[in-house]
Write a protein that binds this ligand. Structure first.
Ligand SMILES: Nc1ncnc2c1ncn2[C@@H]1O[C@H](COP(=O)(O)OP(=O)(O)O)[C@@H](O)[C@H]1O
Ligand SMILES: C[C@H](O)[C@H](O)[C@@H](O)C(=O)COP(=O)(O)O
Ligand SMILES: [Mg+2]
Length: 485
């Protein structure tokens, strides 16, 4: 029997095999595929059938490698969902969170209930596309036809097994759950015309969902497979796979998004947390992911698309290193960078509006992105220390972005914290570890993280002496400009 993790982020998906051999976690990537949304008639959609098909193709590879039995865990990006009719069929295509339909929804909803009340109830950050706002924008007739609302990874599990669930780490990102009593907040549900019965029961990560319904996929050559509901929010899995230990460590799950935060034993819901838009997403093992979303590698991904993908990610880093200068100061966390038509023009526009020389070449653009991400990380870490009263001495960077040694070093320099980078595939590893803990092959989270530290290369970056105060001050002056568009 072998463990299989399907980790699907906004830009890419992968299936990995995992097993413990000679006291180490051995992980082998067996299938990788592209992900991304497309725009049809002005709306952004995911291709959920493509993702299901890729999971099945990955499982066929498991079988072809000689494994007749496996367990499977699925984790994906957060907040997006599928509407099912009373026959269990998908009512519509899956809208992607970067769609513009929710651009003004926070303003609409907070005319009825204040941001303070929503935050007091949920402890969840205000992102314009949270599930609460997407459901508020859904056609009311469509909601009336809806029997069940399944978040993306729960829907993929349902397609494979016929069993529905609402896994709680991902459910918390909807901004509809109240951490005080671990359930949906009925007042918020009523506000968006959704009934609690339209969700499947909340389940803890590590719950067995059911066997793969082989009869549904007769044309595939599949192994016998038991689907485990892991920490289905990819960031929750990433944090399980982050080899932090003891006190004073923070993480940056660096992929399409950079999720920067700490693991907390209880939610931190106060004015300062709200003011800095920190969130309390639910973690595995009754922890809370006190973090904030930072725009991450999305910006570079969009620049790369505009440059016809002429550069791979490593080449962007090499070009940026040739410049390696804090030339422009750009707040990439501004909503204008969420899904602009042309990311290069958006960056250049911000620079021109703030009387800064705009980056032109691939290297100048990458340098601008990396230097500003390092500054935004440093500021977020300062905020984190202020809000929690905790001293953070080290930051673990995991995910595809941890490949970027240049940004890892910049992060150490500007934050003044030691950076540990890796494992790159922390999300898939955390997915595997949740399955191993459920199977009692690994005892607990602490042992799981020790196994990660012993099994994968973790690189250390020590801060170099730079004038971080002056750099952060220049950034804050430049971004204090109120973007008009
Ligand atoms: N060799 C590399 N050098 C620098 N950055 C890299 C490299 N490989 C991947 N990346 C970065 O990692 C990002 C993808 O990270 P990943 O965690 O796979 O994203 P997601 O899970 O959101 O799809 C890419 O957008 C890119 O910026
Ligand atoms: C929109 C959400 O905040 C987003 O899904 C984030 O929570 C996340 O998990 C991003 O994962 P990626 O792997 O797509 O960066
Ligand atoms: Mg990811």
């Amino acid at each position: 029997m072998v463990y299989v993790a399907a980790d699907i982020g906004a830009s890419s998906g992968r299936l990995v095999l995992g097993e413990i051999l000679n006291g180490k976690l051995q992980m082998k990537e067996i299938h990788r595929f592209a992900n991304g949304f497309t725009i049809q008639a002005g709306t952004c959609y995911w291709d959920i059938d493509h993702l299901l098909n890729e999971i099945l193709k990955g499982l066929e590879k498991v079988k072809s490698m000689g494994y007749d039995d496996c367990t499977l865990g699925i984790d994906t990006w957060a907040i997006d969902y599928v509407l099912l009719d009373h026959d269990g069929k998908r009512l519509q295509e899956v809208v992607a969170y970067r769609d513009k339909r929710t651009e003004k929804t926070i303003q609409k909803l907070t005319k009825i209930i204040s941001k303070e009340d929503i935050y007091h109830k949920t402890g969840i950050q205000f992102l314009p596309f949270n599930t609460i706002y997407q459901l508020y924008e859904e056609d009311k007739k469509q909601l009336e036809r809806t029997s069940k609302i399944l978040l993306v990874p729960d829907y993929l599990g349902y397609c494979l097994t016929g069993v529905g669930a609402t896994e709680m780490t991902n459910a918390s990102t909807m901004q509809l759950l109240n951490p005080r009593y671990g359930q949906f907040d009925e007042e918020l549900l009523e506000l968006i015309s959704v009934k609690k019965e339209q969700f499947e029961d909340l389940v803890q990560p590590g719950t067995e969902l059911g066997p793969l319904a082989m009869e549904r996929f007769a044309s595939y050559n599949l192994p016998n497979c038991k689907v485990i509901t892991v920490a289905t929010h990819d960031t929750a899995s990433a944090i399980i796979g982050t080899p932090g230990a003891g006190e004073g460590w923070a993480y940056i799950s660096s992929g399409t998004w950079s999720l920067l935060g700490i693991e907390s034993g209880s939610p931190i819901i106060n004015e300062l947390a709200l003011e800095n838009n920190y969130t309390n997403e639910w973690g595995a093992f009754k922890t809370f992911r006190f973090l904030k979303n930072i725009m991450g590698m999305w910006v570079l991904q969009e620049v790369r698309k505009k440059l016809n993908r002429d550069y791979n990610f490593g080449q962007f880093v090499e070009e940026a290193k040739k410049i390696n200068d804090f030339r422009q100061f750009v707040n990439f966390n501004h909503d204008r960078f969420l899904n602009p038509l042309d990311m290069i023009q958006e960056i250049q526009g911000f620079c021109k509006e703030t009387n800064q020389i705009a980056p032109e070449s691939a290297g100048e653009l990458a340098n601008c992105i990396y230097t500003n991400l390092a500054i935004i990380y440093a500021i977020a870490l300062d905020e984190l220390e202020q809000i929690t009263g905790q001293q953070i001495s080290r930051v673990h960077i995991v995910g595809g972005g941890a490949n970027n040694e240049h940004l890892n070093q910049l992060t150490a320099d500007v934050s003044g914290k030691v950076v540990y980078a890796g494992p790159i595939e922390a999300t898939a590893i955390g997915n595997l570890l949740m399955q191993m803990i459920a199977a009692k092959e690994v005892d607990n989270l602490e042992d799981a993280r020790r196994l990660v530290m012993e099994s994968f290369e973790i690189k250390q970056y020590t801060p170099k002496e730079i004038d971080r105060t002056a750099i952060i001050q220049k950034y804050k002056e430049a971004v204090s400009y109120e973007c008009t568009n």
